[in-house]
Write a protein that binds this ligand. Structure first.
Ligand SMILES: CC/C=C\CCC/C=C/C(=O)SCCNC(=O)CCNC(=O)[C@H](O)C(C)(C)COP(=O)(O)OP(=O)(O)OC[C@H]1O[C@@H](n2cnc3c(N)ncnc32)[C@H](O)[C@@H]1OP(=O)(O)O
Length: 285
């Protein structure tokens, strides 16, 4: 685990939070970073895995740990964002799925399930400040939050069908929780990536912001809208609304890992992933 919890811009040393502070490794090794504003109680959870915040096993485990820490500390809001200036997250790290080690592949998918369960089901209000491109798994993370603010001129969407893969049911339920069913169906079947403006128009994001700072402020404003609601009533309402989606995955968690492993290992899927990786690398040159 390589994430660090920082309160009010400095590592918290209060008795109350002492247990929270996990050992810091060298700054360049950190994959997530949590800063809690001690006045507002809002936590900023920043993904920091250059160059594209590809969701590999380590980043997913860090994210899960950080979400749990934020929840345990009873923060009043969680804002998910990225340390990159252009990428929120490139989604799942394809290297985890291409010619995979079988045991690690299972751990990888389980870690993704755990992040989704923790974020989608979080008792703490959640928002995403989407400060860069957000395809596939990146879009899943943002859509799992309750509110999204995006910077202009980026793209977001579940593009799995364009890669020849099928988004699992819980990816689709997350989309359906945000978008009208017909729009979700079209977007999912087309594997459509939306520009920031298009995403705003269809409701995939709630607001646009010119800068990351403005996006963070807008997320905080969203949290402030709960000032007059009872936090427990708020959470129980969210929990009920999201219950079926969460239960569906919990009931099939092991089977879902098996399906994923079976799917990824198919020669045609391996071939497709290999070609896709190659095209990404060629583009990068
Ligand atoms: C039963 C269910 C089964 C399966 C379900 C699986 C669901 C899958 C979900 C996913 O999330 S799959 C991943 C989908 N992601 C993408 O398609 C995004 C691909 N990347 C891009 O479009 C772009 O890289 C970008 C994010 C828009 C960033 O563009 P930019 O020009 O800034 O960077 P560049 O393309 O040069 O990339 C830099 C570097 O990073 C590598 N890269 C990018 N994305 C990924 C990735 N998802 N996984 C692994 N590696 C990635 C890219 O190859 C470059 O590498 P290099 O520097 O070594 O050449």
């Amino acid at each position: 685990m390589q994430s660090a919890l920082i309160v009010g811009k400095k590592i918290c040393s209060s008795l109350l939070l002492r247990n929270w502070v996990r050992p810091l490794s060298a700054a360049s090794d950190k994959l997530t970073n949590v800063e809690v504003n001690d006045k507002t109680g809002f936590a900023k959870l920043t993904m920091n895995r250059p160059p594209v915040n590809g969701l590999n096993l380590d980043l997913l485990r860090d994210l899960h740990q950080s979400i749990q820490d934020i929840e345990k500390n009873k923060c009043r809001g969680l804002i998910l964002t990225s340390a990159s200036n252009t990428i929120f997250s490139a989604g799942l790290d394809i290297m985890e799925m291409y010619k995979p080690d079988q045991e690690r592949l299972k751990q990888f998918w389980t870690a993704l399930q755990d992040v989704w369960l923790a974020l989608y089901g979080s008792a703490v209000p959640t928002a995403a400040a989407i400060n860069g491109h957000s395809p596939a798994g990146g879009c899943l993370l943002a859509a799992s939050c309750e509110y999204r603010v995006m910077l202009p001129k980026y793209t977001i969407g579940l593009n799995e069908t364009q890669l020849g893969i099928v988004a699992p049911k819980w990816f689709m339920s997350t989309f359906r929780n945000v978008l009208p069913r017909r729009i979700a169906e079209q977007a999912l079947t087309q594997g459509k990536m939306f520009t920031s403006d298009e995403a705003l128009k269809i409701g995939l994001v709630d607001e646009l912001a010119a800068t990351k700072e403005e996006a963070l402020l807008k997320c905080e404003k969203f949290f402030a809208s709960f000032a007059k609601t009872d936090p427990i009533a708020r959470y129980l309402t969210k929990k009920q609304l999201r219950h079926n989606d969460i239960k569906e995955l919990l009931d099939e968690k092991v089977q879902d890992v098996e399906n994923f492993v079976l799917f990824v290992n198919q020669p045609s899927v391996q071939k497709g992933l290999g070609l896709y990786l190659e095209s990404l690398k060629k583009k990068a040159k």
